[in-house]
Design a protein around this ligand. Structure first.
Ligand SMILES: NC(=O)c1ccc[n+]([C@@H]2O[C@H](COP(=O)([O-])OP(=O)(O)OC[C@H]3O[C@@H](n4cnc5c(N)ncnc54)[C@H](O)[C@@H]3O)[C@@H](O)[C@H]2O)c1
Length: 250
């Protein structure tokens, strides 16, 4: 296992669920964490959790679609911490965030823009913002949180499946360009991850029967694993309890 202590890590969507768990997991290793989320209250709560454990965190309250603010926060973070070592592009979601899940044939163009901008372009803005620092330091890890929707599709979420698939393409092509600077770019594709209020969905995996399916910690563990690797790049790690395996019997 490589040493990832005392890194500077930026996590988008860090105020809730998977992003919060990723931010806390890095903080436990001694990393300084830049918490990017447009919900200030949630990001502040995670900052308080990190500080309560003796860690260091910086707030970056903005929408990942807001390129100018992302660049400004990255500049502020580099001014404060000297560099950014790891970027986790976790902020994202489907048209469900707007209450607009629908068959593709009926999807409004504004909704398509929202889903593609939030998932794909947000990740691109953040990557472009941190890359000059990573290239200068000849060190970096960029980890995109995609989805198994990218691999097997998902009803009423054609835009989301397409944006998440594009995040995998982005990681592969970018990995080629920046490998020479010791920067690894990878993806993680979660299956259904349980959150407070979710109905049980153990039927969605081949693993266990606790009714909770995957947990945010399962994704945080995978992110930390990739953050520790220096020779894995352009990969997509599926963390879905076997959900995307075929049927168990023919
Ligand atoms: N939960 C799952 O089952 C699951 C499965 C596959 C993939 N994913 C992906 O994992 C990531 C995290 O999912 P989650 O379930 O934790 O989501 P969530 O909705 O519970 O939390 C997302 C966090 O990101 C923030 N956020 C959303 N859009 C943002 C934006 N444009 N700019 C800044 N912050 C923003 C929200 O405020 C929230 O704090 C998403 O990219 C999602 O698509 C989740």
């Amino acid at each position: 296992m490589k040493d990832i202590k005392n890194k500077v890590v930026m996590v988008t969507g860090a105020g809730a669920n998977i992003g919060r768990e990723i931010a806390l997991a890095f903080a436990r290793t001694g990393a300084a964490v830049i918490l990017c989320d447009y919900k200030e209250e949630n990001a502040r709560a995670v900052k308080a959790e990190i500080e309560a454990m003796g860690g260091e965190a910086m707030l970056a309250v903005c929408d990942v679609r807001d390129r100018e603010k992302i660049f400004a926060y990255v500049e502020e973070a580099i001014g404060r911490f000297g560099r950014i070592d790891v970027l986790v592009n976790n902020a994202g979601g489907s048209a469900g965030l707007l209450g607009k899940l629908t068959r593709f044939v009926d999807a409004e163009p504004e909704t398509l823009d929202f889903v593609i901008d939030t998932n794909l372009k947000g990740a691109m803005h953040c990557a472009q913002a941190v890359l000059p620092s990573m290239i200068k330091n000849e060190y970096g890890k960029i980890i995109n949180i995609s989805s198994i929707a990218a691999l097997v599709g998902l009803f009423d979420r054609v835009d989301y499946a397409a944006a998440k698939a594009a995040m995998i393409g982005m990681a592969k092509a970018l990995a080629m360009e920046v490998g020479q600077y010791n920067i690894c770019v990878n993806c993680i594709s979660p299956g259904a991850i349980w959150r407070e209020g979710c109905a049980p969905f153990e039927h969605m995996t081949y693993m266990g029967k606790n009714g909770h399916g995957g947990q945010p910690k399962d994704i945080a563990d995978a992110v930390l694993f990739l953050a520790e690797q220096d020779y894995i790049t352009g990969e997509n790690l599926v963390v879905d309890g076997g959900r995307t395996l075929g049927p168990s019997h023919i």
